[in-house]
Ligand binder design. Structure first.
Ligand SMILES: [Zn+2]
Ligand SMILES: [Zn+2]
Length: 251
């Protein structure tokens, strides 16, 4: 197969994987939402269809750098992904996962803050904030400019920070699950987690919900560290009113 065709095939295969992963994971959390809070997504059908459209376009974009790097990893020995001939020590696995999450969080915090500058917000980020309130389908609902900025992070990090395939699988799973659950309109974590000392540092749905309500704060992805350091942390949102309304409309 000619080189360009092989790289293109790898990119398209990766886009298809990202799209299927999104549809399966968001679909599962959509079902969980409808079981747990019937009526929460009532009247949001047109918005959900828009979220799915933007997310599938994002999947196509996410797949391109990931597919090119995957091809180079397989065929040219690119990346610092663990070589089975020289295994990484097991103790390094949680460290590598934390390093990836912290690096991704830092990239997201600063590009997200930048996306909230008025001009860029109008051009790109308004697409994500058109979800009011967001749903389990909004995790990848981004304008292509924003999708591109997100698509580059993990494919760039595999050249910088060594990681094993299981470590990478954990990072991608955390990314997928937190991206969805932070938008779905209710907390899956016990109150002790998000209200407790851990919740002071970790971002869950209540924190990101506040970003979608208030706009000018809570820019982080996984951790509240940058928001707290930079004075942009606005505390937690409250789902009680939305849930009460959903429950009464579902009756
Ligand atoms: Zn969001
Ligand atoms: Zn935003």
């Amino acid at each position: 197969m000619p080189l360009t065709l092989a790289i293109l095939a790898s990119a398209l295969a990766m886009s298809a994987i990202v799209a299927v992963r999104y549809l399966v994971a968001s679909g599962a959390f959509d079902l969980a939402t409808r079981a747990k809070h019937p009526g929460l997504y009532r009247q949001l059908g047109p918005q959900i269809r828009r979220e799915i459209g933007w997310s599938l376009a994002s999947a196509l974009i996410y797949g391109i750098p990931a597919g090119v790097v995957a091809w180079g990893w397989q065929n040219r020995g690119w990346t610092l992904i663990e070589n089975p001939a020289h295994p990484l020590p097991l103790w390094y696995l949680p460290i590598s996962v934390l390093l990836y999450l912290a690096a991704h969080d830092t990239w997201f915090y600063w590009t997200h803050r930048w996306m909230h500058r008025p001009k860029l917000f109008r051009i790109a980020h308004a697409v994500h904030h058109a979800s009011r309130p967001p749903t389990a389908w909004a995790a990848m609902a981004f304008h292509p400019i924003e999708a591109l900025s997100g698509a580059l992070v993990i494919p760039a990090l595999v050249f910088v920070i060594p990681i094993s395939l299981p470590g990478l699988a954990i990072v991608l799973s955390v990314m997928t699950v937190m991206g969805i659950t932070n938008h779905m309109g209710w907390e899956i974590f016990p109150r002790a987690v998000w209200r407790g000392p851990l919740g002071g540092w970790l971002i869950t749905a209540s924190h990101h919900q506040k970003h979608h309500e208030a706009y000018n704060g809570n820019y982080g992805l996984y951790f509240r560290v940058w928001d707290r350091l930079c004075g942009t942390d606005q505390g937690l949102g409250d789902f009680a009113r939305a849930h009460a309304k959903a429950a009464s409309s579902a009756r």
